[in-house]
Write a protein that binds this ligand. Structure first.
Ligand SMILES: Cc1ncc(C[n+]2csc(CCOP(=O)(O)OP(=O)(O)O)c2C)c(N)n1
Length: 513
């Protein structure tokens, strides 16, 4: 058995069943093994950042490690932007990176690079396999590292001669340690802060954004008056009718500062302290007031749900609290695009149990409260600020959950980074409705420029204006096998979205705004 085959057999035994890939010559032995061994579905992404974005969306929805197969240092490097997003989301992922044969490396052939250096930049765990007999053990260790709470990026580099060498031995799967429990001292300190009667807020992330985590947080909020908020970019949140309505920390610093103004206790639950996305002259980096005490109830790797439930019981919060409806009633709004009106319209039509992937940039700023009362759904979003996450993330989510409708809300500039994912959607017949917000500008960057007090000049217009020529998304989608239609009004969107949701398979709506 080759080293590659022993590795693939180990992954299958570790409950990994999908391989998102863009292989090359150094990965040929893996492809041979995938041909031979049953149990792993292969998907091609026609750019590595599509592959890594797909794996991210898949793992977030499948709730288990995703696998990628990438080609040498340059292939991995192409995938870094969405690996960065995945890392920020604590997504469990195993990357197999083929590389030059060990004895060939000193000859410095063209694809030779600092593979370890490139991989280290975004991986929590990294290893280069050194022996055919050991490579499967390395793979089992990689799966364990990926699954270590809260989820990690594990990268195994496999030189070609280790992959093709005979004598591979499949390894016994290794399981990751469970989440650690929050200590009683921490729980008591936080419960005292909540009982103080001083203004308090829970900033929730990761596991705390699950339905159970949100409900326990709601009980605490109900009993103490503490407010609840999520991060600006949520890795995954359970939301919709009957679920706890929680808004995100606003992106714009001045508005975010208002959210935290007057707070005396900020309690982090799987979250980091809230900071500005960027620094701006004269504005603070930390959004919480200087005199606000920051408590950590649960670190990202700890059992946040158990901690929240314990806390809710400890402060005698009732077990059953009716969830108060917030946000507008879903209805189909007419007229031109507006973020809130779009949210209300989407709310009226979103299928039950849908998965929404959000890479909307400015078009989505007011959408969260406007979709509180949609049918129950999960919302996943780019978490690391590297744009071009929506299409691939939606693609991976659709692979993980074939029985759920995936709705990809994609800004046009960001969409151009990874539009090849549409081709993967077409080829795999994935059930995704892609909505493109075609404003034909990098609107956010015009905003950032004007915020400095300067009006755009010829350079900014060249760099931030996406027209001349206008992108034709319907044609772009068609070229990749996805049917698309253009709309210019909310009612036009509503008609088309309703009919797209009545069919299976990929579809694209270009919303000219
Ligand atoms: C990988 C990456 N490259 C570049 C940027 C810088 N950047 C941030 S937003 C943006 C433009 C976004 O434009 P678009 O997606 O059209 O959304 P809009 O601002 O129009 O809503 C760019 C280039 C980034 N965040 N990530």
């Amino acid at each position: 058995m080759t080293g590659a085959e022993s590795l693939i057999r180990t992954f299958i035994a570790s409950d990994m069943e999908v391989c998102f890939a863009n292989p090359g010559t150094t990965e040929i032995q893996f492809v041979v093994a995938l041909d031979k061994v049953e149990g792993m579905r292969c998907l091609l992404g026609m750019a590595e950042t599509v592959v890594t974005g797909c794996a991210d969306g898949y793992a977030r929805m499948a709730e288990k490690p995703a696998m990628t197969l990438l080609h040498c240092g340059p292939g991995f490097a192409n995938g870094i932007a969405n690996l960065h997003n995945a890392r920020r989301a604590n997504t469990p992922m195993v990357n197999i990176v083929g590389d030059q044969a060990t004895y060939h490396r000193p000859f410095d052939a063209p694809l030779t690079s600092d593979t370890e250096g490139l991989c280290r930049a975004v991986s929590h765990w990294i290893r280069t396999s050194g022996s055919v007999k050991q490579v499967a053990n390395d793979g089992a260790a990689a799966v364990k590292a990926a699954g270590t709470p809260p989820g990690q990026i594990a990268t195994l580099i496999v030189p070609a001669d280790i992959a093709w060498g005979e004598g591979g031995i499949p390894a016994v799967p290794l399981s990751a340690a469970p989440r650690s429990q929050v200590s009683p001292e921490v729980l008591l300190t936080v419960s005292q802060a909540l009982r103080s009667g001083e203004p308090a807020m829970l900033l929730l992330n990761g596991q705390a954004l699950s339905e159970a985590g949100l409900f326990a947080s709601y009980r605490i909020s109900h009993a103490t008056g503490a407010k609840l908020v999520g991060p600006t970019h949520v890795p995954r949140i359970a939301r919709g009718r009957g679920r706890v309505p929680v808004d995100r920390v606003p992106y714009v610093v001045d508005i975010a500062l208002q959210v935290f103004a007057g707070l005396k206790h900020l309690i982090l639950v799987g979250a980091k302290p809230p900071v500005g996305f960027f620094a701006y002259p004269g504005k603070p980096s930390l959004m919480a007031p200087k005199d606000c005490l920051i408590h950590v109830l649960a670190h990202p790797e700890e059992d946040a749900v158990a901690a929240l439930q314990w806390l809710a019981d400890e402060i005698n919060a009732p077990r059953l609290v009716p969830i108060k409806e917030e946000g507008p009633t879903p209805c189909i709004v007419k007229g031109l695009f507006d973020s809130k009106a779009f949210g209300m319209t989407l709310s009226a039509l979103l299928p039950e149990n849908a998965i929404v992937c959000d890479d909307m940039v400015t078009s989505g700023r007011a959408i969260f409260p406007a979709t509180f009362n949609a049918a129950p759904h999960d919302w996943i979003q780019s978490t690391g600020g590297a744009i071009g996450h929506g299409f691939p993330c939606a693609t991976g989510a659709a692979v993980a959950c074939p029985d759920r409708k995936v709705v990809c809300l994609q800004a046009d500039g960001a969409g151009m980074y990874t539009l090849q994912a549409l081709w993967t959607q077409a080829r795999e017949k994935l059930d995704v409705v892609n909505v493109i917000f075609a404003n034909r500008v990098y609107k956010i960057l015009y905003g950032e420029l004007r915020a400095t007090g300067v009006e755009p000049g010829p350079a900014s217009d060249t760099l931030f204006d996406l027209s001349r020529p206008d992108l034709d998304w319907v044609a772009l989608a068609k070229g990749m096998g996805v049917e698309g239609v253009r709309v210019e009004t909310l009612e036009g969107f509503a008609d088309l979205f309703r009919s797209a949701c009545g069919h299976r398979g990929p579809f694209l709506i270009e919303f000219r705004i």
